[in-house]
Design a protein around this ligand. Structure first.
Ligand SMILES: Cc1cc2nc3c(=O)[nH]c(=O)nc-3n(C[C@H](O)[C@H](O)[C@H](O)COP(=O)(O)OP(=O)(O)OC[C@H]3O[C@@H](n4cnc5c(N)ncnc54)[C@H](O)[C@@H]3O)c2cc1C
Length: 266
């Protein structure tokens, strides 16, 4: 590790100002990705702005139609929240399936979204529920948040403060997980709400995306049967030693069927 400055602000405005004052700094959430990147010298920030002292960034609020989760809320808090489990059980289950207990106790929603790992679970829920990412300066529609491999719509020094997840009628998240890390080799979040059906996919391209052909098929008939014969084109999909592009394409169809079956209580 190399030398860097460290600050632990107590509120959002101090954290945001610190990031603007030093454009080579990075926010530190749970450190689950950032500290590893620093150890490998893939990231060499001049300063870390530790968000753990900003109480306003952590917590869960549930209203009649929205679950709002602060950026510093740990995965384990989401997984264990009775309110989240009542409002969007699929979201609590998603959080409970991330990594292992240590990762869930340290990892945060904001860190996961800002890091934008192509195999992370939460991005599928961001697009699969049509969530809104709130920052210290604006609200970003979930469909516009992920822009590329480890890339987001965030500007330099922009701080995620919370995410608003609309409560659907029914939803489910199913992933085909990497056996060691439990990251999604293929993860699918489906939801049905008054505004329609959404199918959010992660682990398959550079960033999470909506499988619109499946959404169209499910719009009038929210059953696994409606997906019969539907395939995702394998062109350009992620391929590695764990799964080829063709295998991932096939698994997207399978995981989507399973997610719909689970969402409908089948
Ligand atoms: C072994 C292992 C297994 C894992 N398995 C899974 C899995 O199964 N599924 C899954 O989805 N994830 C998985 N993860 C990812 C993990 O759950 C964390 O979400 C992820 O590593 C981000 O960590 P963090 O929250 O500690 O953020 P940090 O590492 O602290 O930060 C990550 C990045 O986000 C930035 N950042 C942090 N907070 C904010 C904010 N509020 N606003 C703006 N920028 C911010 C930081 O500056 C940094 O660039 C795994 C990680 C590990 C190491």
């Amino acid at each position: 590790m190399y030398a860097f400055n460290y600050q632990r602000p107590a509120d959002v405005s101090a954290a945001a100002s610190a990031a603007v004052a030093d454009t080579d700094s990075r926010f530190l959430a749970g450190g689950q990705s950032l500290v590893q990147a620093m150890k490998l010298r893939l990231s060499q920030p001049s300063a870390l702005i530790d968000l753990s002292g900003v109480a306003a960034l952590a917590g869960i609020t549930v209203t009649a139609d929205t679950v709002s989760i602060g950026a510093m809320t740990r995965h384990d808090q989401v997984a264990r929240s009775a309110e989240v489990a009542r409002a969007i059980p699929a979201l609590a289950a998603l959080a409970g399936g991330i990594g292992d207990p240590m990762i869930r106790n340290a990892g945060t929603l904001g860190g996961s979204l800002a890091h934008a790992d192509p195999a992370a679970c939460y991005p599928s829920a961001i697009v699969g529920l049509g969530a809104t990412v709130r920052t210290d300066r604006r609200s970003i529609p979930g469909d516009q948040f992920f822009t590329g491999l480890f890339e987001t719509a965030l500007a330099a020094g922009e701080l995620i403060t919370a995410v608003d997840f609309p409560i659907p009628k029914q939803a489910a998240y199913v992933k085909f997980k990497h056996p060691a890390s439990r990251f999604a080799m293929v993860g699918v979040f489906v939801s049905q709400s008054a505004s329609g059906v959404r199918v959010g996919v992660t682990g398959v391209r550079s960033h999470a995306f909506r499988w619109t052909a499946a959404e169209t098929a499910l719009a009038g008939n929210f059953t696994a049967k409606a997906l019969d014969g539907l395939k995702l084109d394998a062109t350009g999909l992620n391929a590695d030693l764990h799964a080829s592009a063709e295998y991932r394409a096939a698994m997207v169809a399978t995981m989507t069927r399973r997610a719909v079956t689970e969402a409908t209580g089948g």
